[in-house]
Structures are given as structure tokens and as C-alpha cells.
Write a protein that binds this ligand. Structure first.
Ligand SMILES: O=C(O)CCC(=O)C(=O)O
Length: 259
């Protein structure tokens, strides 16, 4: 596939799997960083279960599921700051977003073996809506992911429908959009799945005996502004590529609070 085909595929389908963005050494470095974050969270009594709740699974199944999820991993460990601006990452972002790219936020989603939580099908749009819909997720695989350990699934072309109504702003009606309606995107450690924030996606329970570690960076075109102020993170707007042509509006407009 050449670059133009990749860009065309992303435009038409709303996602693109790019193989081998990170090498083995870089993957090992990020895995170690994930481990350190989990340990520090436990030491600080901050390791609450982040498994999504709702009516998409029977309550007795839902209560067994576990997700170790933390936002803003690049504030916790420099391994992720390096990953966010990795030249192989920005090369893809330049193709599908453009020359001027900003980080919006980062997070890690660790599904432990046997009972790693599911994500019902949803768009990311309601969580951080923007005017031009340039926002995308770069899902960095730190483990080989497949159907058994709950790899991501997407509905190709669904981004073209625009924003859809979500149950409580959270996920799509699971009867209309079961997780099984998605196209599975198996990937190897080091691969990155890019998908637009309007692309319907989700993932099933990790039923395997393997951990599934996923780190997600959300990026946008620097000229694309939020249409609603529903998500704030320190450092959002970090330029990862190019320049911010909006000289006067470079920082998010929120106030310091005492902690
Ligand atoms: O990591 C996953 O399996 C899904 C993550 C996801 O859907 C999200 O963060 O929006």
C-alpha cells in the first residue's frame, strides 16, 4: 500500500492500522512504564476499577470485569511523552490530519486476563466534541491483541454518519450496535490503530490468559477547536508536529484550583 492509498482508506473507512510503529525496545519501555503507574496507583489507593458500567452486559457478568485505566499517562512517565512525539507516529498523523497536530490527551487501558472489561460500541465524539472532526485516537498496542483478549473492533465507514445519539452520552444502543457488529482489528505489539472520534468502535471482554495493554493518544488538527467545553486536561494542545497558527489562543481556557 502506498501513502495515498492509506490516506484514502482512512478517509473512506475512518480507521487505519499501521504496523510496527514502535519497535520491541520501545514497547518494552512502555510496558515497564505501565507497570510502574499501576504500582504507584496501588500505593496511593488510586487503583479503582474503571470498567464501564451500563446495560450492555448482564449485571452478574459486569461486576466481575476489571479495567485498569488511567488518563494522562504522559504526566506519569516520560516513556509516553517520547511515544506521543515519535517520528513514526507524527509521520502518520501528518498524512491523515495535516502538518499541524496537537495532543489532546492520553490514557492507558489495561485488560487483565480472564476478566478484562469490555467497551460497548461508541463514538468518542460526545466525550470531547470539536468543530471539524479532525480528532482521532492512536491506539498503541503493547501486546498482541486478538478476538480472545478483547482487541478493538470498528464499524468501517461509520464516521461518515456524523455524531449519533448515545445512551446517557456514554455508548450506543447495544441492541442496535452489539460489539459483534464491529470488524475485529487484531494487531501485534508495536502496531498502532488510528481511528477517527466519529468511528464507531468498542472491544469485547478479555477471555484469554493474556493481559491486553493498550495506550491511547488523542490528537487533533491544531486549528480544530472544541465545540463544547466538556473535557479538560492540563497540557492539552501540546504541539506534536508543525505550528499553531492561532497565535493568541494557544492554551486551554481554565482556571487553577487548589488541590
Ligand atoms: O481499549 C479498548 O479496547 C477500547 C478503548 C475505547 O474504546 C476508548 O477508549 O474509547
Amino acid at each position: 500500500m502506498n501513502v495515498n492509498d492509506d490516506v484514502q482508506f482512512y478517509k473512506e473507512n475512518g480507521y487505519l492500522l499501521v504496523r510496527g510503529v514502535f519497535n520491541e525496545e520501545e514497547v518494552l519501555e512502555m510496558r515497564a512504564a505501565v507497570e510502574r503507574i499501576i504500582n504507584r496507583a496501588a500505593q496511593n489507593q488510586a487503583d479503582t476499577n474503571h470498567a464501564w458500567q451500563g446495560d450492555f452486559l448482564p449485571p452478574e457478568q459486569l461486576k466481575k470485569l476489571v479495567l485498569k485505566g488511567f488518563h494522562d499517562v504522559h504526566y506519569h512517565d516520560a516513556a509516553f511523552t517520547r511515544a506521543v512525539i515519535h517520528p513514526k507516529m507524527t509521520a502518520v498523523l501528518n498524512k491523515i490530519i495535516g502538518p499541524n497536530v496537537q495532543l489532546h490527551h492520553s490514557k492507558m487501558l489495561v485488560k487483565p486476563p480472564a476478566n478484562g472489561a469490555a467497551f460497548p460500541m461508541h463514538q468518542d465524539f460526545p466525550y470531547f466534541p470539536h468543530h471539524n472532526h479532525s480528532m482521532l485516537a492512536a491506539s498503541v498496542h503493547l501486546d498482541d491483541a486478538d478476538e480472545e483478549n478483547g482487541c478493538l473492533a470498528v464499524i468501517p465507514g461509520s464516521h461518515l454518519q456524523g455524531p449519533l445519539p448515545h445512551v446517557g452520552k456514554h455508548y450506543l444502543n447495544h441492541k442496535e450496535y452489539p460489539i459483534s457488529s464491529g470488524t475485529l482489528c487484531p494487531a501485534k505489539a508495536g502496531d498502532v490503530l488510528f481511528f477517527n472520534y466519529l468511528t464507531i468502535h468498542g472491544s469485547d471482554v478479555n477471555r484469554s490468559d493474556r493481559t491486553r495493554r493498550n495506550v491511547l493518544f488523542q490528537y487533533r488538527d491544531a486549528a480544530d477547536k472544541p465545540s463544547e467545553q466538556v473535557h479538560f486536561d492540563w497540557g492539552m494542545g501540546l504541539m506534536v508536529s508543525g505550528e499553531n497558527v492561532d497565535f493568541k489562543n494557544v492554551k486551554p481556557n481554565f482556571e487553577l484550583t487548589k488541590v
